[in-house]
Ligand binder design. Structure first.
Ligand SMILES: Cc1cc2nc3c(=O)[nH]c(=O)nc-3n(C[C@H](O)[C@H](O)[C@H](O)COP(=O)(O)OP(=O)(O)OC[C@H]3O[C@@H](n4cnc5c(N)ncnc54)[C@H](O)[C@@H]3O)c2cc1C
Length: 343
């Protein structure tokens, strides 16, 4: 949207049929997410939010310790609805959106890149001066730029159940059943459903049953549906500079760049923030006849240094856990609060 507003002919290519759902809690969590949406898109319409509309905050549950409460008003939505509203707003600003169109290959030169796309009409190639790879965790654009980069992934699962549990439905509940920062799982309500998510769900199956039994979760209940996805774990590579998410006029943003916050794994705000920085870099590069990649990487520095700080905090949580459950609970509260308040 920012590219179109700045006068560029702008095309969004999306492989799935829109509107598409994305495995995500759909919490618009931190300051970047909330400010950027407010500044660039305006008030989120109530039709986009899902009951309870706004969470009051987060509760962190470590066994044997009273829940740590972080009061932090957080809009919540199904991603399908949030993203489709943002697409509508982008279209109003002149962005062309082509869904059911997959980018299958990208080749780069100093001036821009050639894209091969595939849809119902077959394969087509075209050239673009600037490319923003916003294609998520397993990004084709990232693989085209850095074919040798080895990426580790975590693989969270989401399970959706009918009804509600006897636990504050206007909080996101994070559970640490092993009294360790990981594995963890989270529980939240959306409309007539409650959802359980996390990358440790399989190994925590019995802990989940035992923990949630206190809140009315029946041992025999089956989810209505479940799905899963990948999260790229690129923090170390980004911090050490082993991976810089741009080259020439191709810029990676959001999950494609591994720009997700440690600790909460908030990624909507970082995707929006990096997307905006990419649009600024493209605009400056076009004006000055320079390549956008270098400009973008400079603009990304504060985001990378925020990730570095939070990554340090995350490492510190393992030490807190060694000092006992109460230290872990305190450490978690501090780390979650700092992540939410990152600007
Ligand atoms: C279980 C879970 C819960 C989460 N909860 C939250 C939360 O509450 N709040 C939060 O801030 N973050 C959360 N996140 C993180 C957040 O979902 C992501 O960080 C964020 O969606 C990244 O946005 P993105 O635009 O970079 O990528 P995506 O949202 O993944 O979008 C990428 C898009 O590119 C499309 N695409 C992929 N490949 C191609 C291709 N070859 N051609 C064309 N199109 C393609 C995909 O279909 C997709 O629509 C959560 C993540 C998980 C896994």
């Amino acid at each position: 949207m920012k590219c179109a507003q700045n006068g560029f002919k702008t095309l969004i290519l999306e492989k799935r049929k829109l509107p598409r759902e994305k495995v995500c809690t759909g919490m618009i969590m931190g300051q970047w997410a909330n400010r950027i949406i407010q500044d660039e898109f305006g008030d989120i319409p109530s039709r986009v939010l899902i009951d309870p509309g706004h969470l009051s905050g987060h509760m962190l549950h470590v066994p044997g310790i009273p829940a740590q409460i972080i009061e932090y008003r957080t809009p919540i939505a199904w991603r399908k609805d949030l993203d489709s509203w943002m697409n509508e707003e982008a279209a109003k600003e002149g962005v062309e959106i082509q869904d059911k169109t997959r980018v299958v290959a990208v080749s780069h030169d100093d001036r821009g890149c050639d894209l091969t796309i595939e849809n119902d009409e077959g394969r087509k190639e075209f050239w673009t001066r600037f490319l923003v790879g916003a294609d998520g965790a397993t990004s084709v654009v990232r693989r085209s730029l850095f074919p040798r980069l080895k990426v580790r992934y975590s693989s969270p699962i989401r399970e959706c159940y009918k009804g509600s549990l006897d636990i504050g439905r206007d909080y996101c509940h994070w559970f640490f059943p092993k009294s360790l920062p990981r594995p963890r799982f989270d529980l939240h309500h959306k409309g007539d459903f409650f959802l359980i998510e996390g990358s440790g769900i399989r190994e925590l199956r019995e802990d989940i049953r035992l923990t949630l039994a206190d809140y009315g979760f029946s041992a025999n209940v089956q989810p209505l549906w479940s799905d899963g996805c990948a999260i790229p774990l690129l923090h170390k590579e980004l911090i050490t500079g082993a991976f810089s998410p741009a080259r020439g006029n191709t810029l990676l943003v959001g999950d494609a760049a591994g720009l997700i916050f440690p600790i909460t794994y908030e990624g909507i705000g970082t995707a929006l923030k990096s997307g905006l920085l990419a649009a600024e870099a493209v605009t400056e590069a076009a004006g000055q006849g320079k390549q956008a990649g270098k400009i973008y990487l400079q603009k990304l520095e504060p985001l990378l240094s925020a990730i570095k700080k939070l990554h340090g905090l995350q490492e510190g949580l393992s030490l807190s856990a060694k000092q006992g459950a109460s230290e872990l609970a305190k450490g978690l509260k501090n780390a979650y609060e700092k992540t939410l308040k990152t600007v």
